[in-house]
Design a protein around this ligand. Structure first.
Ligand SMILES: Cc1cc2nc3c(=O)[nH]c(=O)nc-3n(C[C@H](O)[C@H](O)[C@H](O)COP(=O)(O)O)c2cc1C
Length: 357
């Protein structure tokens, strides 16, 4: 970097100007979320609990609690504990397949939760209506333009488009492609981008394409405030992007929902387990249904084993490809500050290029 560019990047007046432009680009997102930055901490089962969620909201982002398989009473307790740690808004992520979804929505509404994120499938119109009638905002995931349009017709208030680079359960399409498919055509509701985002300049590029903000998971999972086991965070620091792979399906008759996580002994055993199950099915020892269940049950409890118990060899170490950008355990405030600074630097560089080539 030349001395002149370094001085320009450090100039407080130029930084303030760029920050104002960034705030403008994020305006729709921050107004929708009620936060200082249009940055959601994506819900992560076992990780996104009271401590991390309140830390993200207190640092100006928007934390989202992961309900996962929690029962309504347990969720009520976690919401109350989060509210005790932050007076800022935060959301709750509910899985649409949860057998007590309606009760969970009621728990959120009774507790005054302002934003409910519906994950794990396309939510039904009645659930969206119940959320809106209860005074909260409903956020859904759109894995394709046609589904984005359907969700908007059902009354969804905002969308997240999550690329296959993300950690956890993923679809087949990258964020680069989803953004081009969806952002130019969806204007009725704010759209937040997710998957593989680790730097503020990359987030800026999506804001310029029309995104209202961004959702990050992996970077926050390795933050100081995350309750994830030290070994889980160390695995994130060691890993490169190419270590965060999706689970492999051995036979198309037995579908495996792709989950992105760090390659370990567990991922190899999963392949062996599928091969063995397939052999038992072919020999007539297992029915097709029993074999499918056997495959699905392989990972039961394994995210907890990795996140809480620190078994990063056999547990499911869900992580996005952005894991390669994690070099240290950092406080949430520092992560958010870094993302904002990188976006500001990129805006100043753009202006300099426009002026001087
Ligand atoms: C450990 C882990 C657990 C996750 N669990 C969930 C979950 O329970 N529900 C959900 O909607 N998304 C879940 N996600 C996805 C995140 O909310 C977020 O969208 C994703 O991490 C964004 O991509 P990134 O990891 O590249 O930042 C999980 C991600 C990780 C890394």
């Amino acid at each position: 970097m030349t001395d002149t560019l370094a001085a320009t990047l450090a100039d407080p007046a130029r930084r303030a100007e760029a920050r104002a432009r960034l705030d403008h680009l994020c305006g729709r997102g921050t107004r929708f979320l009620g936060s200082e930055y249009a940055l959601l901490g994506g819900a992560m089962s076992w990780v996104s609990e009271r401590n991390l969620v309140s830390a993200i909201s207190n640092a100006g982002g928007f934390g989202v609690l992961a309900c996962g398989a929690m029962e309504p009473a347990r969720l009520a307790e976690e919401i109350a504990a989060t509210q005790a740690l932050t007076s800022r808004p935060f959301g709750v992520n509910l899985i649409t397949m949860h057998p007590q979804l309606d009760d969970l929505v009621r728990v959120c509404l009774d507790a005054g939760v302002t934003h409910i994120v519906l994950a794990g499938g396309i939510p039904s119109s009645p659930v969206i209506r119940a959320i809106k009638d209860g005074g909260a905002k409903a956020i859904g995931f759109a894995p394709a333009l046609v589904l984005a349009k359907r969700l908007i017709r059902s009354g969804i208030d905002a969308l997240v488009i999550e690329g296959s680079e993300a950690g956890g359960h993923v679809g087949p399409v990258s964020l680069t492609v989803l953004a081009q498919e969806i952002l130019p055509h969806v204007h009725d509701v704010p759209v937040f981008v997710a998957g593989g985002l680790g730097r503020g300049d990359a987030i800026l590029s999506y804001l310029e394409l029309g995104a209202a903000g961004a959702q990050l998971g992996t970077r926050f999972a390795a933050s100081s405030e995350s309750i994830a086991h030290e070994r889980f965070k160390k695995a994130f620091i060691r890993a490169n992007a190419r270590d965060a792979v999706t689970s492999v399906q051995l036979d198309e008759r037995f579908p495996v929902i792709p989950v992105r996580g760090l390659n370990n002994a567990g991922t190899s055993s999963f392949l062996q387990h599928q091969a063995e199950t397939l052999r038992r099915f072919q020999s007539g020892e297992l029915t097709k249904e029993a074999a499918q269940l056997d495959i699905e049950h392989f990972w039961a409890g394994s995210l907890r084993r990795a996140v809480i118990d620190g078994d990063v060899e056999h547990g499911s170490v869900m992580a996005g490809q952005s894991v390669g950008m994690i070099t240290d355990v950092q406080p949430v405030r520092e992560i958010i500050g870094e993302l904002v600074d990188q976006a500001i630097d990129a805006l100043i560089r753009q202006e300099e290029r426009a002026r001087y080539g």
